[in-house]
Design a protein around this ligand. Sequence first.
Ligand SMILES: [Zn+2]
Length: 477
Amino acid sequence: MFRALYKLLILGAVYLLGSCTDTDVQQSDYMVITNGQILTMNNTLEVITNGCVVVRGTKIEYVSSDCELGAYPNAKRIDAEGGIVMPGMINLHNHLSMVAFRGLAESGIVDVQDRLYNYFFPLEKQLLNRNLIRVSSRHAAIEMALGGVTTTTDMYYHEDEVAKSVKEVGLRGVLGETVIGFPVVDSQDVYGGLEYARGFIEAWKDDALITPAVAPHAPYSVSPEMLLKSKNLADEYGVPVILHMAEMANEKDTIATNYVNTTQDKSVVKYLDDIGFLDTNVLAAHVIYIDDEDMKILKKRGVGVSHNPKANTKDSSGVAPAWQARVSGLDMGLGTDGPMSSNQLDILNVMNYAARLARIESGEVSKFEPRELVQMATIDGAKALDMADEIGSLELGKLADIIIIETSSPNMQPNYDPYATLVFSAYPSNVVFTMVNGEIVARDGNVINIDMPAHQAQWDEITSDVAKFAQTLNAPN
Ligand SMILES: [Zn+2]
């Protein structure tokens, strides 16, 4: 009933607009996606076969199997050709600019610390600058746009450069300026990121695509006082706080060593709760070393969680109790982590890993059904960001972040269960259409907003410098 009434209203509105001004101008605002299998990811996980999604401007205006296409005669038509139409995927944890270092120090390293201190930190110290950050983050954003990611988070330095690139490609970004207890590329002052973050937030707080944020690096690298100052800054502007949390087995001990008498043998989560840090605007990455009590605390405080199984397995960091965390009701989505840890930046692969890791760890194939993973990649990621009113599902009034994944390639057939096809069969290259905020940003393997030859020339210059410097390091590659 409501649907029929709504359609009448829309038709009426279209008629009225058309009658008073030029119909072509009015209807050029409309885009209609047809001939797809629509995974709405709404509350009832409604799947619509051969329906339509109507986009007007930046928003979704209509999603239904009952499409009166005559109501939009001059709308731009997108034929999904039988593919899967779904909300864009959300990458909850990333360091885009590190894509310039992807593939280095993959062999002969002793452990993650060895890789960090003997390879990665010298690379960062020598090579990081605004230009590398801008061009590399553009490169990472291009890769994500082509792979169906419509929203990415980030934690790094010179975050204003990351913001420019993410916006240039056309993606949505929740981008955190890093606050850390030693001098870094964008501040010679210890914890200088805090002041940098204030300027970054001021400059970007009203942007349609970019949500600026504060990113205290981790509880072991940021003092309790500065964690709280970061949180206070975020609260002042109503923006998120992003950090790594409970990523390492010895994290509790490192906190106790670095900040004497702070933990008293408490878990990392309990410590953060006791200092008053945990809150709904906190997004925590990894969250591996937690127990049932910690999950209750995170749930009670409304902390969002990024599960990053691909990075955690590659870095041998540990197995997060992601299944239990989901059952306990945490707002938990999926992230890649940086390109040195995850290499690929798409979320299709992360869904695949999340299922396999939970199943081998528990010995139960029921852990993480495909539809649950697609929820984590979309609407649950939006919940973790406190953005579920705007993105994460294809519903009336939400922002038009929409992707199409073709089902004509051999690896996508047969497609009996679209959730299983996405989680276990799809490659990022099967994504053929990416729309963010009502704008098409990638189609048929091409990004729309970027001059690729010009980008490639800048990128080649950067990777050639990185390769030269990498050879001088005492490392295996
Ligand atoms: Zn990270």
